[in-house]
Design a protein around this ligand. Structure first.
Ligand code: GLU
Length: 484
């Protein structure tokens, strides 16, 4: 085995990338980079029930967006190829035969009926090593006669299989509790259990980093390594990411797919940063970290054994931090498709709108709802004008709005700066504070308690004609209301 650290990410091409899987890939990448090692992408497509069109592309594009750059893979030959499991089919049978020769595996000809008969009263079935006793001659005769067979692992009947996991520590499993699993199926194809070991060994993988669901099968994999006389790799198993105390994140709940988060308006960098922290604590509890910082800080001691809970609120916050860092141009480019998807499509000045929204946006997906109100101006509850702390009443609001109408109707230089000056004029005329103009004016123009900007910014965005129309509408509404 090489001295150099070699880790791999071995996703199955399912057509989507679970954020938990992506985190596994990320940790394998961080560990390799941290140790000046090599990070390998291997596509595990042998257990696929059916071919999923474009599924391998999803893996490439996800890794690219996530900034996880593999050193070797199907598209980057490092001399250990092929890197796609289905292209490696021919080699597994040869390896299995070798294992049979070494006594660590054996041919099994048992029929389905016989196997079914081995099921105990609890529905548990364990193979009884029936074919282990067949002699070489009989085995060869039956193979030649065309009898279907599988190749099974020969697990010692007694004793304990042990190893030390880098995260979970000492793991020991009684051999009696393990089954003589199938390594080669009757169609000649390897099972995942076998292919995985052969691939990891022949690709010189030094550290196997993967989900905790493989923790208890690993002693079996070790028996294969031992059977061949191969050096075992080191293992790092990772706890799952949970939706809450009992449920895992899953495709079924629609909360697990990397691409879905991107579509909601999370920046890939923010997703990667967030999932890096799920199950791993940096020493100084730092949160916002670039890929280079993650590589520098990554350490196995910080990996947690307990499951982590996916907190979307926290990821939103992190995302907003990444959004704030974007340049105005970058934000405009990212926001534009969301403007186009909203009710204001093609109207208003996107640049101005983007400037207003930039520092107020947590995820891009909330942009449509933040701007739709611009097109949804309609009768509203005038109680909105009442603001105790600002000492704004409906009467005061009505006065301010009437004065605003007079002052603003004569203005042709309709810019945010000029409008701000005019707010001062209106305040003076009504003998109120600036804030007592800004608040009613903003409400009158937007009919909404929330808006991406203040009164003058909204007026600038709407333009003079539309602003005057809305102002009049709100005055009428208030007049009707205060008469009662
Ligand atoms: N193809 C397996 C999966 O997607 C990878 C298991 C492993 O890393 O060994 O879960």
């Amino acid at each position: 085995m090489s001295n150099k650290v070699r880790t791999r990410f071995a996703p199955s091409p399912t057509g989507f990338m679970h954020v938990g899987n992506l985190r596994t890939g990320l940790y394998a990448y961080l560990f390799a980079k941290k140790n000046d090692g090599t990070f390998i992408l291997r596509i595990e497509d042998t257990d696929q029930e059916r071919y999923v069109e474009g599924a391998v592309d999803v893996i490439y594009s996800t890794l690219k967006k996530a900034g996880i750059d593999h050193d070797e893979g199907p598209d980057k030959d490092g001399g250990y190829g092929p890197y796609i499991q289905s292209e490696r089919k021919a080699m597994y049978m040869e390896y299995a035969k070798e294992l049979v020769k070494r006594g660590a595996a054996y041919y099994c000809f048992c029929s389905k009926e016989r196997l079914e008969g081995l099921t105990d009263e609890n529905g548990v079935r364990k193979y009884d090593k029936h074919c282990l006793s067949l002699d070489e001659e009989e085995v060869q005769r039956r193979i030649k006669a065309g009898e279907p067979y599988v190749i099974r692992l020969n697990v010692p009947a007694e004793g304990v299989s042990e190893y030390d996991d880098m995260v979970f520590g000492h793991i020991a499993v009684n051999n009696a509790d393990m089954e003589d699993n199938i390594l080669i199926k009757s169609d000649g194809m390897p099972t995942y259990n076998f292919a995985n070991v052969v691939d990891d060994h022949s690709m010189d993988i030094t550290h196997v980093i993967r989900g905790v669901e493989y923790l208890s099968s690993t002693p079996k994999y070790n028996l294969i390594y031992d059977g061949f006389g191969w050096e075992r790799p080191k293992y790092m198993h990772l706890s799952p990411i949970m939706k809450d105390a009992t449920r895992k994140l899953s495709k079924r709940y629609g909360d697990a797919n990397f691409e879905d988060f991107v579509a909601k308006g999370y920046l890939p960098k923010a997703i990667v940063n967030y999932i890096a922290l799920l199950g791993w604590n940096p020493k100084d509890n730092k949160e916002k970290m670039s890929m280079d910082e993650l590589i520098a800080e990554f350490s196995v001691d910080g990996i947690s054994k307990s499951p982590s809970i996916f907190d979307e609120t926290k990821m939103r916050w992190l995302n907003s931090e990444y959004i704030k860092e974007l340049s105005e141009e970058e934000f405009l480019a990212l926001a534009t498709p969301y403007f186009d998807r909203s009710k204001i499509k093609g109207k208003y000045d996107y640049r101005k709108l983007a400037a207003l929204l930039h520092k107020r946006t947590e995820i891009l997906g909330e942009i449509p709802e933040k701007v739709d109100f611009l097109e949804e101006f309609r009768a509203f509850d005038t109680d909105m004008f009442f603001h105790k702390k600002m000492k704004v009443t409906k009467e005061l609001a009505l006065n301010v709005l009437k004065a605003s109408e007079e002052v603003l109707s004569g203005e042709d230089n309709w810019t945010n700066e000029r409008l701000q000056e005019l707010v001062g004029v209106i305040a003076e005329r009504c003998n109120v504070k600036g804030g007592q103009v800004f608040l009613p004016l903003r409400l009158a123009l937007t009919a909404s308690p929330v808006s991406p900007g203040g009164a003058t910014e909204m007026a600038d965005l709407l333009g003079k004609e539309e602003s005057m129309r809305r102002l009049r509408f709100s005055i009428d509404l208030l007049e009707k209301d205060t008469e009662l």
